[in-house]
Design a protein around this ligand. Structure first.
Ligand code: FSX
Ligand code: SF4
Ligand code: F3S
Length: 406
């Protein structure tokens, strides 16, 4: 009886994946017809940059698994990667430090993700483009006119909303950030917030927030896909674009608009220092013997127990390291309002004892509560059918099938 139930269940899952595959094929064929021609051949670029076919196939497997898809989707991920440079991107800057763009650009040993980012079809990016003033504005208008409903709007930075947005005026006509964001997102296929500033307001919105800075979603009322982090991991952006290319919709999102495949797990549960936490072995102060031994950083302020992101798994700088590996605790940079809610950054949030019967159970409880809150939001954000309409109206309760929920 149990066996029958199990195989019936498996058959259902397999049928669902086959159905998803059909949807993926139909969508990718449509994209093939609609997207502008590729400016560069990905495989030639990979070869020039020293990435072998074998490395590319390995990357395809890793990315397919990261996107929570079964191996049958590997060829589709490869095809989406080939189409990566065909997606027109308009990249807007608001109130921020440009660290996000920096994080995406700075790479010494490029891997496939970095190379994909290099090939991206940036129609407009204020820090990278040569044009300025009226010329730059003309580039933006042309990109919007050439690719209505087909471009991805990437936003970096928060939007100051005080004084009707006049704290942030941009370009030769002195438009406010609010005006530009509304104009460009209204004709976009999707809006992706890069970094915690555009996703949540971040440092600009930290208390006392004199300019009344807000996230894009709160400032102008559009639904956004939030690639959180200060700065975020480029891999999370690449995977999200691949998902858009494959299915024409955002991946399943948590209650904070973050893709679940990248932000669904807690830092604390995939941390290499976790055995030390469990054994009650903590760094007490910077540079002590425990620090040299790589023990847990909770007592010097690590906020890994409250933070959701894949940093330990994908790491930064071509997978070389990540904050906790580097010796500092996580400051919770992928969480909303972390400057306020995670402070003080180098001390535990509450002055409570650690160890068996101490804060350990509470910390795990907090993680579970946060996860509960994010999962409740999945239904709302997973219904991103709005992505298919150009206006991307703010959040809908409408459900779309999402493979990530299987
Ligand atoms: Fe914010 Fe990004 Fe932090 Fe900086 O642009 S997410 S302050 S790394 O640069 O927006
Ligand atoms: Fe890792 Fe921080 Fe958790 Fe310690 S508290 S195990 S350093 S995430
Ligand atoms: Fe940010 Fe913590 Fe990762 S500080 S980069 S979420 S380890």
């Amino acid at each position: 009886m149990a066996k029958k139930q199990s195989s019936g269940c498996n058959r259902t899952v397999s049928e669902q994946y086959h159905q998803l595959m059909e949807q993926c094929k139909v969508h990718m064929e449509a994209m093939d017809r609609e997207l502008p021609a590729a400016r560069e051949d990905l495989h030639e670029v990979l070869q020039e940059r020293g990435v072998s076919r074998r490395d590319f196939l390995k990357w395809t497997s890793v990315m397919t698994a990261a996107l929570m898809l079964p191996p049958m989707f590997k060829p589709m991920v490869a095809k989406a990667a080939e189409n990566f440079s065909r997606v027109p991107v308009i990249w807007l800057h608001f109130a921020e430090c440009t660290g996000c763009s920096e994080a995406f650009l700075r790479t010494y040993y490029p891997n496939v993700d970095d190379i994909l980012l290099d090939t991206i079809s940036l129609e407009y990016h204020e820090t990278l483009m040569a044009a300025a003033g009226h010329q730059a504005e003309a580039c933006l208008e042309k990109a919007m006119a050439d690719f209505p409903g087909k471009y991805v709007c990437v936003t970096e930075g928060a939007i100051p909303t005080g004084l009707n947005g006049k704290y942030l005026r941009l370009g030769p006509k002195g438009k406010t950030g609010i005006d530009i964001a509304k104009e460009v997102t209204s004709k976009a296929m999707a809006t992706i917030c890069i970094g915690s500033c555009s996703a949540f307001g971040n440092i600009q919105a930290a208390r006392p927030n004199p300019t009344d800075a807000k996230s894009i979603e709160d400032a102008i009322g559009v639904s956004t896909i939030n690639i959180a982090g200060c700065p975020p991991n480029p891999v999370n952006f690449v995977g999200t674009i691949l998902h858009l290319l494959m299915f024409g919709a955002a991946p399943a999102l948590d209650g904070q608009g973050r893709p679940l495949w990248a932000y669904g797990k807690r830092i604390h549960d995939f941390c290499e220092r976790r055995p030390h936490y469990d054994a009650g072995e903590y760094v007490e102060e910077w540079g002590d013997e425990a620090a040299k031994k790589g023990w847990c950083l909770y007592k010097v302020g690590c906020k890994g127990p409250y933070t959701y992101a894949n940093c330990s798994k994908v790491r930064f700088n071509a997978g070389v390291s990540w904050p906790i590996m580097g010796g500092h605790g996580c400051i919770g940079c992928t969480e909303p309002d972390f400057w306020d809610t995670m402070a003080p950054l180098e001390k535990p949030i509450a002055d409570k004892p650690i160890g068996v019967g101490g804060v350990e159970a509470e910390v795990d409880g907090i993680g579970a509560a946060l996860l509960g809150a994010t999962v409740i939001g999945v239904g709302v954000h997973a219904g991103m059918t709005a992505l298919k309409s150009h206006g991307q109206p703010k959040k809908t309760d409408e459900e779309t099938p999402s493979h990530n929920e299987h």
